[in-house]
Design a binder for this molecule. Structure first.
Ligand SMILES: [Zn+2]
Ligand SMILES: [Zn+2]
Length: 345
């Protein structure tokens, strides 16, 4: 089968690999769509000694059950399924507490990230993927191409938003930065699940037009004037919540500059920005809550699947045949994708 393989720094190629054999507790999924994420670009840029070299990429995967292992119950060939972003044991303390995106078995303290398809386990940018049946959720009629990005591009914003949902009151202001793969879904989730006033930022005019059409109360260019505009729009108080889906230095600086006292910041994008934290004296107002939000839980995946089935959120899909994967990586790397690139085998 064809498999998009990370071969060396900044380089992927389509290799021929055997169709995986399945274990008794596994399912063979015929991939219908595999989303391409900025973190795939980050991963393949981590140098030539990255242990992930040689692996098949792809952590947003949906498709159709091809074959089920002897011990698998509840799944039949022909059913549509989506693969959970984060592989979890289902039995540890974190899993049982509903924090399965922090499973202590599959996410040791010193690991780069929790185990995911395409990040430590074979990914879904291929004709087939073998996964343990308990990592699947039913698509319930959703098209696998349109649904695959829900596994991360919708799940991760849903989780970040859920961690600050108590701050999203009807009189709150939420600033969301970046309207790419995750950000364009964050905007839609904010619009349909909160009553907060939404200020959306991006550097790209087309993405700002998308924001205005999809629930932003105000769409602003992410430039040197953005902080002043947001402070003016909030009467000098600042934003209750800032969601940063970019994470470059200017957006990190912007988040710190506009969060109100007692407000919250969620840094999600992996753009390489940083900030210094001083315990005794900081530029941050008192009471600010910051979290490195990561992925989401199975129950949050159910939430985004439900919103998609109800037609309340939709991924802006840019389809690429699997054979054009190298072109898709190049387009994403150079900012030429509006929405989410999805590889279609
Ligand atoms: Zn991702
Ligand atoms: Zn666990």
């Amino acid at each position: 089968m064809r498999a998009v393989t990370y071969v060396k720094n900044d380089t992927v190629e389509i290799q021929d690999k055997p169709v995986p054999e399945i274990e008794p507790d596994e399912v063979l999924l015929k991939v219908g769509g595999a989303g391409l994420c900025h973190s795939d670009i980050t991963i393949i840029g981590m140098g030539d000694d990255n242990p992930l070299i040689g692996s098949t990429l792809g952590h947003e995967v949906a498709g159709t059950i091809e074959r089920v292992g002897d011990d698998v119950t509840g799944w039949e060939p022909g059913e549509g399924a989506i693969v959970a972003l984060i592989l979890c044991c289902g039995r540890c303390r974190e899993c049982l507490a509903g924090r399965d995106n922090q499973c202590e078995v599959f996410y040791p303290r010193d690991a780069l990230a929790p185990l995911s398809p395409g990040i430590g386990s074979p990914g879904g940018m291929a004709d087939y993927i073998a996964v343990q049946a308990h990592h699947l959720l039913p698509l319930g009629g959703l098209d696998p191409v349109a649904a695959a990005p829900l596994a991360d591009a919708a799940l991760t914003p849903m989780h970040a938003i859920n961690t600050v949902r108590d701050r999203m009151t009807g009189d709150a202001t939420v600033v969301t930065i970046g309207l790419g793969g995750l950000g364009h879904l964050a905007l839609q989730i904010l619009a349909v699940t909160t009553g907060a006033r939404i200020i959306a930022l991006d550097t790209d005019a087309e993405k700002l037009a998308f924001a205005e059409a999809h629930g932003a109360d105000l769409a602003l260019p992410s430039d040197a004037n953005a902080a002043a505009r947001i402070m003016e729009e909030t009467g000098g108080v600042g934003a209750d919540v800032v969601l940063d889906f970019v994470g470059v230095q200017p957006t990190v600086d912007l988040a710190l500059a506009v969060v109100r006292g007692g407000g919250a910041i969620r840094f999600v994008g992996l753009g390489g920005g940083h900030f210094d934290y001083a315990a005794s004296a900081s530029e941050l107002p008192w009471g600010v809550n910051i979290e490195r939000a990561y992925g989401g839980t199975r129950s949050e995946l159910l939430e985004v699947l439900g919103l998609a089935r109800a037609g309340k959120i939709a991924v802006e899909v840019v389809r690429y045949p699997l054979d054009d994967a190298v072109q898709a990586f190049d387009d994403l790397h150079h900012g030429r994708v509006q929405g989410r690139a999805v590889l279609v085998p």
